[in-house]
Design a protein. Structure first.
Length: 181
C-alpha cells in the first residue's frame, strides 16, 4: 500500500514538474535525444517548421512575423527557443541561415539549403523543398523502425505465450506428481 502511494506521488510530482517551464524544456530536449525516435522527432518537427514558414513567407508575411508564428506553433519548447533566438538575430540584421547556425536542433543540411534559398531569392520555395526532403527522411526512418519493431514484438509475444503456457501446465504437472505418491 505504501509503495503504491509513493509511486502515485512520484507520478503526480513528475506530471506537475513537466508542466513547468523548466520541466517541459527538459522533457522536450529529452524527446529530441532519445535513441532512434529522437532523430525522427527532430526532423519531423523541423519539416513542419519549414513548411509553415514557407507558407507564411509565400503569403507575403514578413520574416520576423512569420518566425514568431512558427515559434508559437511549434510543439517542442526546445525548437521554440531556437526559433526565438533566431528571431532576435534576424531583427539585428543577420540572415535566417546565419541565425539558425548556433542552434543544435537545426540540421546542418537545412541551414545550407536555407542559405542557398536566401542567396537566390527563393527562400520560400527552398523551405518547401527542405520540408519535403525531411518528410521523406522521416518516412524512410519510420519504415526502418517498423522493420525492427515487428520482430521485437514477435519475441515479446512469444515470451508472454510461453509464460501463460507454463502457468497453465505447471499445476497439471504438479498434480500428476502428487497423485503418484
Amino acid at each position: 500500500m505504501t509503495g503504491s502511494l509513493i509511486v502515485l506521488g512520484m507520478i503526480v510530482g513528475v506530471s506537475i514538474w513537466a508542466k513547468s517551464p523548466q520541466g517541459g524544456m527538459y522533457l522536450d530536449g529529452l524527446k529530441l535525444k532519445l535513441p532512434f525516435v529522437g532523430e525522427v522527432w527532430n526532423k519531423f518537427s523541423f519539416s513542419q517548421l519549414c513548411r509553415t514558414l514557407s507558407t507564411l513567407l509565400s503569403g507575403g508575411i514578413p520574416m520576423v512575423n512569420s518566425l514568431e508564428i512558427v515559434a508559437d506553433s511549434s510543439g517542442n519548447r526546445v525548437i521554440t527557443q531556437a526559433v526565438k533566438s533566431a528571431i532576435v538575430s534576424v531583427r539585428e540584421g543577420q540572415s535566417l541561415s546565419r541565425s539558425l547556425e548556433s542552434s543544435p536542433v537545426v540540421p546542418e543540411l537545412a541551414i545550407e539549403m536555407v542559405q542557398v534559398g536566401e542567396s537566390t531569392g527563393a527562400l520560400s520555395e527552398m523551405l518547401r523543398h527542405v520540408a519535403d526532403f525531411y518528410d521523406e527522411e522521416v518516412n524512410t526512418r519510420l519504415s526502418q523502425l517498423m522493420t525492427y519493431i515487428e520482430p521485437i514484438l514477435l519475441v515479446i509475444l512469444a515470451v508472454i505465450v510461453a509464460f501463460v503456457l507454463i502457468a497453465l501446465y505447471l499445476p497439471i504437472f504438479n498434480l500428476s506428481t502428487t497423485m503418484r505418491v
